[in-house]
Design a protein around this ligand. Structure first.
Ligand code: AKG
Length: 401
């Protein structure tokens, strides 16, 4: 049909783009700790870093050592574990573009120092109070200074998505020529759109070659994951993520979303997906920031179905209402029983509980369930109670669900 959009052309389950090469940098311990109300202990950070490494995260941004003594201590401990071979991920220490921060980070001997500097006119004028030219010389000087300490250097162009494009190219070239092999393009206020991000990275990889790009996308408009994927399609090779999407304000790209989307859309398994729920629970506990039930991948409801039509579909073939099987991320599917439930779901649940009903009994059980809108979750015990009343015989919970 003329003008029709073909599914595979949009990359939904279609051919995988060959040129995509991507890994994750997890910044739960740096950006994530910038979440209001969050302060991890050193021990908690070490435990999180170990699990991130076990999951196969390529880079861990362990913290900004100059910020506080406990941050320094945590970065030190994590680097020590890297040296001992317990942690395998590349360890990145964050730093402002000031000599003292760089020295403090360098004395811990991380694999890489990441130096950030705001490059939009807003940041240059109101935060740094320098001209564009002065900023370029600070960036060049600080990257070179960090390189002299024998580490790999990433330069972060903070607020890059609001910077003048030609100036941003100059910034990237300055950082590259001073010795940075990676440049992070930060959508610091989460203002970009996917179309813009893809074009931005396509343009930067063309206009400033010889450097690899990270994408650091904030989630102020709920576009962080979409923007990160678009950046990867444009040429970015590292996505910055945090567990549960922690970070300043609305946070950044959640690890669970990026990792699963990369698998579903491009067939790329950047980490062990089955460890994602464990990471999420660990960080939920240590951060004190609850994961809402409707959170993709890791939320309680992510694989729980409800309406009769949906559950009937799932019972016939889970693909009807699931984009990927829950087992892919170490989870299982479930369905709830309430006034939305249909006969197939109730029958299947009762069978699972070891109860066989006639069609007439089933109809009556479903009628009674639908007559109770006040019950939001019908537990197995409640269902058995209703079935027992309808069938006129006692029923007890025997088989596990
Ligand atoms: C931001 O711009 O939001 C940052 O946190 C800096 C990110 C980075 O270093 O890549």
């Amino acid at each position: 049909m003329q003008g029709m959009i073909r599914r595979e052309e949009w990359g939904i389950g279609g051919p995988k783009p060959e040129r995509i090469r991507v890994g994750l940098l997890d910044s739960t311990l740096r950006e994530g700790e910038q979440t209001p109300g969050v302060s991890f202990t050193v021990e908690q950070k070490v435990e999180i870093a170990k699990l991130l490494s076990e999951a196969g995260v390529q880079m861990i941004e362990a913290g900004h050592p100059a910020v506080a003594p406990d941050v320094y201590e945590a970065v030190k401990r994590i680097i020590q574990l890297k040296k001992e071979g317990v942690i395998r991920s590349e360890i990145v220490a964050h730093s402002r573009a000031v000599k003292r921060d760089i020295e403090v980070a360098a004395e811990l001997e991380p694999d890489r120092i990441a130096i950030f500097y705001g490059v939009s006119d807003i940041h240059l004028r109101y935060k740094h109070r320098v001209s564009r030219e002065e900023a370029l010389s600070i960036i060049g000087e600080m990257v070179e200074y960090a390189k002299q300490h024998g580490v790999k250097v990433r330069f972060t162009a903070e607020d890059a998505t609001r910077a003048d494009y030609d100036y941003l190219v100059e910034v990237v070239k300055t950082a590259r020529d001073a010795g940075a092999d990676r440049v992070s393009i930060a959508d610091t206020v989460g203002i970009a759109t996917p179309a813009f991000m893809r074009r931005l990275f396509e343009s930067l990889t063309r206009d400033a070659p010889g450097v690899e790009f990270d994408v650091h996308a904030h989630n102020d408009l709920g576009l962080a994951t979409a923007n990160s994927l678009a950046a990867v399609e444009g040429g970015a090779t590292i996505i910055h993520v945090t567990v549960n999407g922690l970070g300043e304000r609305a946070g950044i790209t959640p690890l669970h979303e990026a990792a699963v989307a990369l698998k579903v859309h491009y067939g790329i398994e950047v980490i062990d997906l089955k460890l994602i729920p464990k990471l999420s629970r660990l960080v939920e506990r240590y951060s004190g920031i609850p994961v809402p039930p409707n959170t993709p991948v890791v939320g309680d409801n992510a694989f729980t179905h409800k309406a009769g039509v949906h559950v009937a579909g799932i019972l016939a073939n889970p693909e009807t209402y699931e984009p990927y099987p829950p087992e892919m991320v170490g989870r299982t599917r479930d369905y709830v029983i309430d006034k939305y439930t249909g006969k197939k779901a109730v029958k299947a649940r009762l069978e699972k509980l070891g109860v066989t009903v006639t069609d007439k009994e089933l109809e009556e059980i479903v009628r009674r369930i639908k007559a109770r809108p006040d019950i939001r979750y019908l537990r197995d015990e409640d269902l058995l109670e209703i079935a027992s009343e309808v069938m006129g015989k006692p029923l007890a919970l025997t088989a596990p669900r």
